[in-house]
Design a protein around this ligand. Structure first.
Ligand SMILES: Cc1cc2nc3c(=O)[nH]c(=O)nc-3n(C[C@H](O)[C@H](O)[C@H](O)COP(=O)(O)O)c2cc1C
Length: 202
């Protein structure tokens, strides 16, 4: 027997808790942005994150409500997605506190920066992979805003590359589950896609 969860009969907060427990695991975009005057560098995790288009390459994160990351992207058109890997867990969590816009999470959490090549927001120096993005579109939906960014450069620390590609076991991706749960990489299965074959004519 199934138990029904009806969004119409539940509060938004309760259904949010339900949704974030079943859409799992979610990769975490650790998004860096900067205020228009360049004075304050912002950093915040966003687990509502995905690839939106492959050609051109576009990634997407969702701001639930209007947060500093969103405001900075709207004002500057630029952001960097820093890959969230396991050794960065506590630093990432330290940047999820709701600081005022004039407080830099980089400074507060003592996070090392490096300059980006194409955009003004800094990269997280210790993040294995960074995606430098320019805003493509933003889309308001309900209480949220989807931010789509075209990737102009991906930069990977060489020790994470195996046979020309970033390697999952070396990257040690962190994910977000429900409530206060975070996930790490589980077992990896290797499986080829099965091609469609026409039935043989007799
Ligand atoms: C792992 C993790 C994932 C999160 N994902 C999101 C998300 O997808 N969207 C969102 O709006 N907030 C998300 N948050 C909360 C924001 O990181 C938090 O509100 C932060 O203070 C926003 O910072 P900002 O105001 O500097 O943008 C997440 C928090 C954590 C710890």
């Amino acid at each position: 027997m199934r138990v029904d969860f009806d969004p119409e009969a539940m509060s938004g907060a309760a259904f949010f808790r339900f949704m974030t427990s079943v859409v799992v695991p979610r990769p975490i975009a650790w998004v860096s942005t900067v205020t228009p005057d360049g004075a304050v560098e912002n950093l915040a995790p966003h687990s509502f994150f995905s690839i939106a288009s492959t050609d051109p390459p576009i990634v997407q994160f969702t701001s639930i409500g209007r947060k500093d990351s969103l405001r900075n992207v709207e004002d500057t058109g630029e952001f960097v997605v820093n890959f969230s890997s396991e050794p960065l867990l506590h630093l990432i969590n330290a940047t999820a506190t709701d600081f005022p816009r004039n407080v830099s999470e980089f400074g507060f959490a003592g996070i090392g920066r490096e300059a980006s090549r194409h955009v003004r927001p800094s990269r997280v120096a210790a993040s294995p992979v960074v995606l430098e993005c320019r805003s493509h579109t933003t889309l308001r939906m309900g209480n949220s805003t989807l931010v789509f960014g075209r990737v102009f450069l991906a930069a990977v620390h060489e020790e994470y590359i195996v046979n020309g590609r970033p390697d999952a076991e070396r990257l040690r991706p962190l994910t977000k589950l429900g409530r206060d749960e975070w996930g790490t990489l589980g077992g990896i299965l290797h499986l080829n896609r099965i091609p469609y074959e026409e039935p043989h004519a007799e």
